[in-house]
Ligand binder design. Structure first.
Ligand code: CMP
Length: 207
């Protein structure tokens, strides 16, 4: 049934009208019913669109990014870096990555502190040399805070062996050797908590 292009929703003239071909009550009633049917279908479609769109958009919506947890991690700027006056440059790398220094002190580690801190490596052949190296000059012990801080810190530091560290990382840019590798960072939440406690009291950490 043709619709008026200017007023598509207006009920068309009935066949009985003078402008329509043919005449008679039956034709007029049939056309009226046809028109009502068309209207009902159109309105049903129209009403269903928002729900249809909602369903499609729901599927299309990108999943919300996983919210990262705010963590704290422990960091040491080692003697090879403090000797070469690299403290500021190293801290800038952490800050540029979104990590905040919430505790910091420059200390000269005692032999007992170095041995206790690295006790996990006691059986390793490098343990003795590592402890001697850690007491060979001042270090800066720090607590870093931020989203996913433990992983982020490790990313910024680069691989333990500078030969394997990715370009742009602290160890790739500054480390001298696998031992004198400029920085230490905790490797897991449990070790981060233990290492922070090893050097800091709660009131020394200011978030
Ligand atoms: P760090 O992240 O402080 O953890 C343990 C440290 O041991 C490591 O960095 C290095 O300084 C040192 N280390 C690890 N492997 C070796 C190695 N093969 N030889 C010498 N020192 C090492």
């Amino acid at each position: 049934m043709a619709k008026d292009p200017l007023y598509p929703n207006r009920r068309p003239a009935l066949a009985a009208d003078a402008s329509w071909p043919g005449s008679g009550g039956l034709v007029a009633v049939t056309q009226l019913l046809q028109w009502h049917l068309c209207e009902v279908i159109t309105r049903a479609k129209f009403n269903a669109y928002p729900y249809l769109e909602l369903a499609i958009c729901g599927f299309k919506q990108p999943r919300r990014a996983k919210k990262m947890a705010i963590e704290r991690t422990f960091s040491i700027i080692k003697p090879d870096a403090t000797k070469r006056n690299l403290t500021g440059k190293i801290i800038s790398k952490f800050e540029d990555a979104g990590l905040r220094v919430v505790a910091s002190k420059r200390i000269h580690m005692t032999q007992a502190q170095a041995e206790g801190f690295y006790a996990v490596h006691k059986e390793r052949p490098f343990y003795g040399d590592l402890c001697s190296y850690m007491v060979s000059g001042p270090v800066v012990v720090q607590v870093l805070e931020g989203e996913d801080a433990i992983a982020k810190n490790r990313e910024v530091m680069g691989a333990t062996n500078p030969a394997d560290a990715a370009p742009g990382t602290i160890r790739a840019e500054f480390a001298e050797s696998i031992e004198a590798n400029s920085v230490h960072g905790s490797d897991a939440p449990e070790t981060a908590a233990e290492e922070i406690k090893f050097f800091f009291t709660d009131d020394e950490i200011v978030g």
